[in-house]
Design a protein around this ligand. Sequence first.
Ligand code: ISL
Length: 537
Amino acid sequence: MVYQVYPRSFADSDGDGVGDLRGVESKLDYLAELGVDVLWLSPVYPSPQDDNGYDISDYRGIEPVFGTLDDFDRLLAGVHERGMKLVMDLVVNHTSDEHPWFVESRSAKDNPKRDWYWWRPPREGVPAGAPGAEPTNWTSFFTGPTWELDETTGEYYLHLFSRKQPDLNWENPQVRAAVHEMMRWWLDRGVDGFRMDVINMISKDTALPDSPGGDGSAHYLHGPRLHEFLREMHREVFADRAGATMTVGEMPGVTVEEARLLTDPARAEVDMVFQFEHVQLDHGPAKWDRTGLDLRDLKATLGRWQAGLADVGWNSLYWNNHDQPRVVSRFGDDGRYRVESAKMLATVLHLHRGTPFIYQGEELGMTNYPFTSAAQFRDIESVNHHALAGDVALPGLRAMSRDNARTPMQWDASPNAGFTTGTPWLPVNPNHTEVNAAAARAETDSVFHHYRALIALRHSEPTVVHGDFTMLLPDDPNVYAFSRSHRDTELLVLANFSPKEQRPDLGFPWWDAHLVLGSHSDGGTTLRPWEARVYRR
Ligand code: ISL
């Protein structure tokens, strides 16, 4: 299983209020105790931090606030000493506007790096800078147009995310070669792979057409050359390191059919993809318009991914990352049944077929932050959304803001939760007095120890890794039930997604089977509120 560290919010070693690499290093024994196989580090490269490091200005260094390359090498050695692996975040759909490549590119129309980015003149007949002069009508992920006028040359550059994140032009072979070289540089340094940020956006429709409503995604998601670019990258970077690396491509909008191709080992593209369907089920027209979750939709979606990648490819499994609200607040109950529902969600995730990805604090059942005002948000997406929509946006932000995931890791009950001795860059959740690693480690029936048990089960029981997946009771609105079978072992997983007792009818007395693991220590003929059980048959 892979554990994601968001370095800014994990552990601060020097009291400046921002987490750092030495902080991560100081927690490696904790990660080993949990049973982590692979650590994924969110970006630690030099960056103006417009999007918390997803805007990189130097691909071969470490942002001073996080430490130095020496600190990085020490961390990597510490990871390897404990038998774990480390994957870096690879953000190459775009760079920072402060990256030397872009600084050169914007300097003149005839600069050799001009074509490394997407430059276009204003729309014909509309003066530069006037409303509607943008080369397309696309809206960026962080609100506003995807085009920014650069006064130096009077042309616009494309940025699917913030204006400080210009998109690289992957059509240019020099760009691709520079990225490959940089990837080999990190692998030679000893890193074990990459999580590839929005990697299904690197191939665009070069005609850059307008889109009805301004959603340009049809022209930049899964573009015509995506497979070609990924196969080339595999050949240039990974082919001679066969088997020793891991890759996972983050791909908003990816479908099961595309994922089968992308993760088919015979095609040599990526090992896994992050799909987004299950984390959009509670969105209305926009992510801020939160609707409830209908459990039947979740089962239909995840079941389809299990079936779709059963014979070819491989699933990634996740509830949380640095972009998603906390799952216990979202799909569970972060009040009375926080512990029960956190364990239940963990059980369901870990027993699916695929590689589980756990986001820091998830193993403690960390919750959303009780935001009360707009001034508390730091995330560019949240800040921009509020600037556009005003205070009516607050309920949506409170439920869905990415800052919910980014408050500091809760290590203990002390005033800053043991995260920093200074002032944390984002406030610590007040519930850290109760929800924290020290308390969870001390208590045998905590969420933490349940994660440990699930991770250990995956390591010891081949059925969890290899077993076939069969969804049961797809129409039950409260119970998530499935089985996994491998050789002569069958594991039956039952999970109650409701605060009411449930007695699912599977047509046989399932409660008589051998209880392998559960959110409660004992079994019984009914599932208690938010309870999960794993039986062996
Ligand atoms: O969280 C989102 C906005 O609702 C997603 O659309 C997110 O922007 C998308 O998943 C891409 O995420 C990745 O690339 C972004 C960065 O801001 C995210 O943190 C990163 O995970 C741009 O690099």
